[in-house]
Write a protein that binds this ligand. Structure first.
Ligand SMILES: [Zn+2]
Length: 313
């Protein structure tokens, strides 16, 4: 036993079904922890409440169990933890690191002239940045809380290597509390990972741009920065993110169609370089084969032929 045992987490969002791409990330997260005698916690990221589908949480747990992945302790549910996030927001207000922002989406789009990254939206033009936290008391329209980005921390990703992401070019000051009165993803994740003592965050590399923001919040709140491992996504044969047009790759659909979980785990293990050929295997049997370094740096292209090979219904 080491002094600081590794601890990872599964963080399914109940806004959509878990698919093959999620399964690959969960498998790596599980193997990283279990291969080093560590723990895995489970967190349900349900603060985005309007889009939560009924029964989706139970479905996510059933998907993980079907894959043969277990976790430690009770699931942590974000909507049960609002006071924790509120305390973090209060601390950011106290330090004047956040300000109330009344801009609408169209205000920001109209004020921003520079071209911007497709998924990030325009760079926030700083319209409300001259407000202090106390100015919120005078506002009569809904407002969000925005974090002042003063620097873009570089970081070393355990899988993807050194990262330099310029937050001033990528969104600028970002929302930590929505104008609907709920915490934004960035703040909730930072508070949760610290409170749950997560040492290693394994997730898709679509979240790389979130990481410097989360490091800024960690620093502001005096929280430890976890180790990150951002993995390439699973894509369809057209190179695009898995979606309906690639067929039904929801885990629940594969399960209901009679696919054996060992068959899917075998395909994913092969895609990560742990098996020479695709063959059925359980996560536990993969423990001695696990190696983060053998995972290809490029997205895993999931083909219809591969799916048929493992019993796609
Ligand atoms: Zn604003």
């Amino acid at each position: 036993m080491t002094a600081n045992p590794i601890r990872t987490r599964f963080a399914p969002s109940p806004t959509g079904a878990q698919h093959v791409g999620n399964a690959r990330t969960y498998l790596v997260s599980w193997l990283l922890a279990r291969s080093r005698g560590g723990e895995i916690r489970l967190r349900i990221e349900d603060i985005d409440s309007p889009r939560i589908k009924p029964g989706a949480m139970e479905q996510a747990l059933a998907d993980l169990r079907w894959l043969g992945l277990d976790w430690d302790g009770e699931p942590v549910v974000q909507t049960h933890r609002l006071p924790l996030y509120e305390a973090a927001l209060d601390e950011l207000k106290r330090q004047e690191l956040v300000y109330p922002c009344t801009c609408t989406r169209s205000d920001i789009a109209a004020a921003a002239s520079a071209p911007h990254a497709e998924h990030e939206g325009p760079v926030y033009p700083g319209t409300c940045a001259n407000r202090s936290a106390a100015d919120a008391g005078q506002l009569v329209v809904p407002f969000a809380w925005r974090f002042r980005v003063s620097t873009s921390p570089n970081f070393e990703d355990e899988f993807a290597g050194p990262q330099r992401i310029d937050l001033k070019q990528l969104g600028g000051d970002f929302v930590v509390w929505k104008n609907t009165g709920t915490p934004a993803y960035q703040l909730a994740v930072v508070v949760d990972d610290a409170e749950m003592k997560i040492s290693h965050v394994v997730r898709g590399d679509d979240l790389l741009p979130s990481t410097p923001r989360q490091i800024l919040l960690d620093r502001a709140l005096d929280l430890p920065v976890p180790t990150f491992a951002h993995l390439p996504l699973v894509v369809g044969e057209d190179g695009r993110r898995l979606a309906k047009r690639h067929g039904d790759t929801r885990l629940s659909a594969l399960r209901d169609g009679g696919m054996k979980p060992e068959a899917l785990v075998g395909l994913l293990a092969w895609s990560c370089g742990w098996l020479e050929n695709v063959r059925p295997i359980t996560p536990r049997e993969l423990l001695p084969r696990f190696d983060l370094a053998t995972i290809p740096r490029t997205p895993f292209v999931l083909t219809a032929a591969q799916l048929r090979q493992i019993g796609y219904p």
